[in-house]
Design a protein around this ligand. Structure first.
Ligand code: AHM
Ligand code: MG
Length: 334
């Protein structure tokens, strides 16, 4: 990966990337810029949430006497209205809405999945949270009216995906299938600045990330893999370190930077896993694969799962290629 010496803003970078494709219409670039703008607004609200009481219950009054929305609804509104403005997205599917949201642009060629503010249990306690997006093309059909089934495409058809992490700084990372680029928000100038181009995940890492509270209801192979992570072996740098934030974006960002594995398995409480295929697992799988990592449900590549419902969940094992291959051997042997 290359670290930049000259400051390049997200806007500049997107335009430069678009110029490499002579026939490009600029619509995907516009969509990414829309998400970048919404991310800045959400970042500002996340940062001042404690002061303005945005964490309050929907409809309550903040200290300024204004009616407040919960932060996740605020994020949902910002992202959807940013996408609506530029008229290139016809349909949005969001964790905050049961059904699909049809935007005013019938001619819009993109379908966008959103998790507007992921890590809900961390919102109220000032711990890192994130936004996730995943973009598909509308498929050509004879009927004009778009229906939910138009949005049910496997992750390999994503044309772009990314996340925004609201942490000690705000980071936006995205891919259009040509590697992963990451930008850091400089609040003093209100711009996302390119931090890393063509980001690569370490081949192997020494951090495992899983909610061990459900240990007793995991499948045998996973129990044995976690014990393997904890055993001492100087040659393979074990025992590994355990880290679990409980915000998938934050846990995945750490995994991307430091390597290792993030797991949300099937358990008694969540027999099909907890995390959503279309707006949590697929976009982060696209990012991690583009960075050289792997993402599987234990048997299949996440991005090859054929979706049956917009809010369906899946178990996920994602991270450095060697760690994911290792957990797969444990799962297959048991
Ligand atoms: P959410 O959509 O309600 O925020 O739930 C998703 C989050 C992920 O960010 C995180 O990886 C996971 O739930 C944590 O779940 P748990 O508390 O069961 O470990
Ligand atoms: Mg979520």
């Amino acid at each position: 990966m290359s670290k930049q010496s000259r400051l390049v803003t997200l806007e500049e970078y997107i335009i430069q990337a678009q110029n490499k494709f002579p026939g490009a219409t600029g619509e995907l670039s516009q969509l990414l810029r829309d998400i970048g703008l919404a991310a800045k607004i959400i970042s500002r609200e996340v940062n001042k949430a404690g002061i303005t009481n945005l964490l309050g219950v929907d409809g309550s009054m903040n200290v300024h006497g204004e009616s407040v929305k919960k932060l996740d609804l605020f994020a949902d509104n910002q992202l959807i209205s940013a996408l609506d403005r530029s008229q290139i997205t016809c349909m949005v599917i969001s964790e905050e809405n049961d059904g699909v949201v049809r935007l005013n642009s019938d001619g819009g060629k993109y379908i966008v999945y959103l998790d507007p503010l992921d890590g809900s249990s961390n919102i109220d306690v000032n711990v890192s949270i994130g936004s996730i997006f995943s973009v598909y093309m509308k498929q050509p059909r004879y009927e004009n009216a778009l229906v939910e089934v138009d949005a049910l495409q496997p992750g390999i058809r994503q044309v772009a995906a990314g996340y925004v992490l609201y942490g000690s700084s705000t980071i936006l990372a995205y891919t259009t299938g040509l590697g992963v680029s990451a930008f850091t928000l400089d609040p003093s100038i209100g711009e996302f600045i390119l931090s890393f181009d063509d980001y690569k995940i370490p081949e192997q890492g020494t951090i495992y990330s899983i909610n061990e509270g459900s240990y007793n209801s995991w499948q045998e192979g996973l129990k044995k893999y976690i014990k393997y992570c904890q055993q001492e072996d100087i040659n393979t740098l074990r025992p590994y370190t355990a880290r679990y934030i409980g915000s998938m974006v934050a846990d995945l960002h750490r995994t991307l930077v430091k390597g290792g594995i993030f797991i949300y398995p099937a358990s008694k409480k969540y027999p099909e896993g907890k995390l959503r295929l279309m707006y949590e697992c697929n976009p982060l799988a696209f990012i991690i694969e583009q960075a050289g990592g792997l993402a599987t449900d234990g048997e299949k590549r996440i991005m090859e799962i054929v979706p049956e419902a917009i809010h369906q969940t899946t178990p996920i094992y994602i991270g450095s290629p060697q760690n994911v291959e290792m957990v797969k051997t444990f799962l297959q042997a048991n």
